[in-house]
Design a protein. Structure first.
Length: 379
């Protein structure tokens, strides 16, 4: 599904030398590499504050702690995503409110958010799923209207841009009040272990969070708030510094692969290729709204599971993200949920399939994969 080895070959010298610098310095936690990476990412994103932390799940949790959300506060998020989002809501004893997603972009459905808002709602967590920005115009409007926080889960969307109705563009993760991301190795900007970060333009929130990631300390051994131990280590920061200058190029390669997949697979009666919000299906050279963390098809003839088996039998890796709606996961079942509210997620979990997607895919591989899929669905 990913080819981290191939990508490493292209940056091997830089990565090896910066890791060995860290080893020589012995500044393993919060060393100069971490601060340099923080500054470089702030510049790349055009945001005031990046606060590195240990992983993307912690980043989400710390966003919610930093905003001062309290037990019982309702937090609205998508039913169709990775479980980390709902997990941290539940861990903090906030009340998760899962809502349905859109059938074409797979992102959180605006009408469903609006319907779920109650006097207890405090925050919305849009996930930029598979690398495409959620509808941030509408989400920010709703948040303004109802006085809610917006926490962007940008674990899959780093490097994507959202184009507002007025034509201005913002990097994903810089639009809401605060955002989280993950540097898990297979993410678009991945390190060689665990890593994550929080982004915000809010000075006070950034200050609060900087202490929270380090045991609630603002002055050494003075613990002003309850915090956590969630830091990025310097070796991971060294890897990220070597990769960040290549991120746009990595994302361009992903888009190029997506474009080739879509050209081969579109217009087939049993296949829906991913739709981008600007309508180009990822098939345009300047498209920057989607960074294709995953390239995800819908298989419409009811044979998704057989296709997965067929591809696996022929040596083609593929994945089903995600096979179970969060509202049906044992840990998160809740009698408040009504099946009629999740028609899209309930369908998507049976239809989606994600193809290999990374920076090292070549034409031959893409041709082989798409030919195999078409041959199967034509049967
Ligand atoms: C990967 C991911 C996370 C969690 O990141 P970790 O670094 O693995 O903790 C959270 N949300 C989404 C949408 C993700 O894809």
């Amino acid at each position: 599904m990913v080819d981290l080895g191939g990508q490493y070959q292209g940056i091997k010298e830089q990565v090896n030398s910066s890791i060995s610098n860290v080893l020589d310095s012995s500044a393993f936690i919060n060393g100069p590499e971490v601060h340099a990476f923080q500054k470089e990412l702030e510049e790349y994103l055009n945001i005031k504050h990046v606060i590195p932390c240990a992983n993307g799940t912690d980043a989400l949790q710390i966003c919610m702690m930093g905003l001062g959300l309290q037990p019982g506060d309702e937090v609205i998020t998508a039913d169709f995503t990775f479980a980390a989002t709902v997990e941290v809501i539940a861990l903090l004893q906030l009340t998760p409110v899962l809502v349905d997603v859109e059938p074409d972009t797979f992102n959180i459905d605006i009408a469903a958010i609006e319907k779920a808002i109650t006097p207890k709602t405090k925050a919305i967590v849009p996930v930029h799923l598979f690398g495409q920005c959620a509808n941030m115009d509408a989400i920010m409007d709703l948040a303004d209207k109802h006085n809610l926080f917006v926490i962007e889960d940008n674990a899959q969307g780093i490097g994507a841009k959202h184009t507002f109705k007025d034509g201005t563009k913002n990097m994903s993760g810089t639009i809401g009040h605060v955002a989280s991301t993950s540097f898990f190795p297979s993410k678009n900007l991945g390190c060689y272990g665990d890593g994550g970060a929080i982004f915000t333009n809010d000075d006070d929130l950034a200050h609060t969070i900087r202490g929270m990631v380090n045991h609630g300390m603002y002055k050494r051994y003075h613990h002003d708030v309850v915090g956590v131990n969630s830091r990025l280590d310097s070796i991971q920061a060294a890897v990220l510094r070597a990769k960040l200058p290549n991120l746009d190029e990595y994302n361009r390669k992903r888009r190029e692969a997506a474009q080739k997949y879509s050209s081969a697979l579109k217009n087939h009666e049993h296949i829906l290729v991913p739709k981008t919000v600007n309508g180009c299906d990822g098939i345009c050279d300047t498209c920057d709204c989607h960074v294709f963390h995953q390239y995800t098809l819908r298989i419409l003839n009811g044979k998704r599971d057989e296709l997965v088996q067929h591809l696996n039998d022929n040596g083609i890796p593929c994945g089903v993200y995600y096979p179970i709606p969060l509202h049906k996961q044992k840990a998160y079942v809740d009698e408040r949920y009504n099946e009629a509210d999740f028609p899209v997620t309930n369908l998507l979990v049976k239809e989606v399939i994600s193809l290999p997607m990374h920076t090292e895919l070549d034409n031959e591989q893409i041709d082989y994969i798409t030919a195999m899929i078409i041959e199967f669905v034509n049967r």
